[in-house]
Design a protein around this ligand. Structure first.
Ligand SMILES: C[S@@+](CC[C@H](N)C(=O)[O-])C[C@H]1O[C@@H](n2cnc3c(N)ncnc32)[C@H](O)[C@@H]1O
Length: 320
C-alpha cells in the first residue's frame, strides 16, 4: 500500500476557483481526489478526469468514499480520459460551459511510489512510465529511438546539458528494460557522487516521462480547452511542477490577457490587437509556504497561477 497523494496548494487552488454551491467545476487531474473532495464540500458538481485507469477505478471501487457518484443526478462524474479530450467528453453529456477548471499537472504519489509503474529511479521496476497504461512505454522509446532523438528529448524536456553524452551511453547499453538499469547507465554517464543532493538521473527520467506521456502537448490542449469551456467570469487554476510546464501556463495567460502584446516592444508603433482578450485578473505565481514544504517535500517545486475568463470569444477552435 503506497502513501496517499497529499494535495498540493490545496487551499490556494480551491480559493482561486471561487466556488459557489451548484457550480459546475472540472477537476482535470483527479488523482486521489484531494481537490475534488474540497470542491464537492463547497457544493459544486464535479466532472473529474484522469488518464490513469487506476485513479478512476480506485474511486469507482469506493462508492462509500465517493457517494456523490450515486446521487441523482450525480454530483461527481468520473472520466477515465485525457484532459485534452474534455471538450468532447463534456459535449457528449450536453455540457458546453463550466464555471471553473482546475488542473494539478504531473504525476501522483501513487504513480511515483509504485515501482511497477516504472516512474521512479530510486526503486527498480519495469521501464514503463505510461500514465494511461497504454501506448509505447519508456522502454520502447529508449530501446528503439535514434540516438539523436533521445538526446533531443533529454535536452528539451529535462534541460539535460549533457544530453548527447547520456544518449550515447543509453544506446550503447541497449536493451534496457528496468528503471534501475536506466538510472545506472545515466549515473555512469554523468558521474554520480553517492550522497550528492540530486541524483543525476532526475532530469533524464523527467524528460522521458514527459515525452512518453506527451505531457506538454496535453497541457497546451487543456489550456485551449479551458478557454473554450469557461463561461464569462469562470475561473481557471493551474498548478504545475516544473519550469517547462509553468512557462507554458504563464505564456498562455500572458497571451490570453493581452500582456504579451502590450509589452512586445516599446520601440515599434502600437499594432491593433487582433486577438480577443480571453482572460483577465491573472494572478502572480503562487508557491507553497515553508510550512507546506516541510509537511510535504514533494510540493516544493509547485506553482499555481489562476485567472478569470472574460466574455470575449475563444481565440481558437479545438481540432476535431
Ligand atoms: C498531481 S496528480 C493530481 C492530484 C490531485 N489533485 C489530488 O489532490 O489527489 C496528477 C494526476 O493527473 C493525471 N494526469 C496527468 N496528465 C493527464 C492528462 N493529460 N489527462 C488526464 N489526467 C492526467 C495523472 O494520472 C495523475 O493522477
Amino acid at each position: 500500500m503506497t502513501a496517499p497523494h497529499i494535495p498540493v496548494l490545496l487551499d490556494e487552488a480551491i480559493a482561486a476557483l471561487a466556488v459557489v454551491p451548484g457550480a459546475l467545476i472540472v477537476d482535470a487531474t483527479f488523482g486521489a481526489g484531494g481537490y475534488t473532495r474540497r470542491l464537492l464540500e463547497a457544493g459544486a458538481t464535479v466532472h473529474a478526469f484522469d488518464r490513469d485507469p487506476d485513479a478512476i477505478d480506485a474511486a469507482r471501487r469506493n462508492p462509500g468514499i465517493w457517494p456523490e457518484t450515486g446521487e441523482n443526478p450525480p454530483r461527481l462524474v468520473l472520466h477515465p480520459r485525457r484532459f485534452s479530450e474534455m471538450v468532447a467528453a463534456l459535449a457528449d453529456m450536453g455540457i458546453v460551459r463550466v464555471d471553473g477548471i482546475v488542473m494539478d499537472i504531473g504525476v501522483s504519489s501513487m504513480q511515483l511510489d509504485q515501482p511497477e509503474r516504472g516512474f521512479a529511479f530510486a526503486s527498480d521496476g519495469p521501464l514503463d512510465m505510461r500514465m494511461a497504461q497504454d501506448g509505447p512505454t519508456a522502454a520502447d522509446f529508449v530501446n528503439e529511438a535514434a540516438e539523436s532523438d533521445i538526446a533531443d528529448v533529454l535536452f528539451r524536456y529535462g534541460e539535460e546539458r549533457q544530453s548527447r553524452r547520456v544518449a550515447r551511453h543509453i544506446v550503447a547499453a541497449r536493451p534496457l528494460t528496468t528503471t534501475g538499469a536506466l538510472a545506472g547507465v545515466i549515473r555512469k554517464a554523468l558521474g554520480h557522487r553517492p550522497g550528492a543532493p540530486k541524483d543525476p538521473a532526475t532530469r533524464s527520467f523527467q524528460a522521458i516521462r514527459i515525452h512518453v506521456n506527451a505531457e506538454l502537448e496535453e497541457l497546451e490542449q487543456a489550456l485551449a480547452a479551458a478557454e473554450l469551456l469557461l463561461r464569462s467570469g469562470g475561473r481557471l487554476a493551474a498548478v504545475s511542477f516544473h519550469s517547462l510546464e509553468d512557462r507554458i501556463v504563464k505564456q498562455f495567460l500572458r497571451e490570453a490577457s493581452g500582456a504579451s502584446a502590450a509589452t512586445a516592444s516599446r520601440h515599434l508603433p502600437e499594432m491593433p490587437r487582433e486577438e480577443p482578450v480571453t482572460f483577465a485578473a491573472v494572478s502572480r505565481a503562487i508557491r507553497p509556504s515553508e510550512a507546506e514544504i516541510a509537511r510535504n517535500p514533494r510540493s516544493r517545486s509547485a506553482t499555481l497561477r489562476f485567472a478569470t475568463r472574460t466574455d470575449a470569444p475563444s481565440r481558437r477552435r479545438l481540432a476535431a
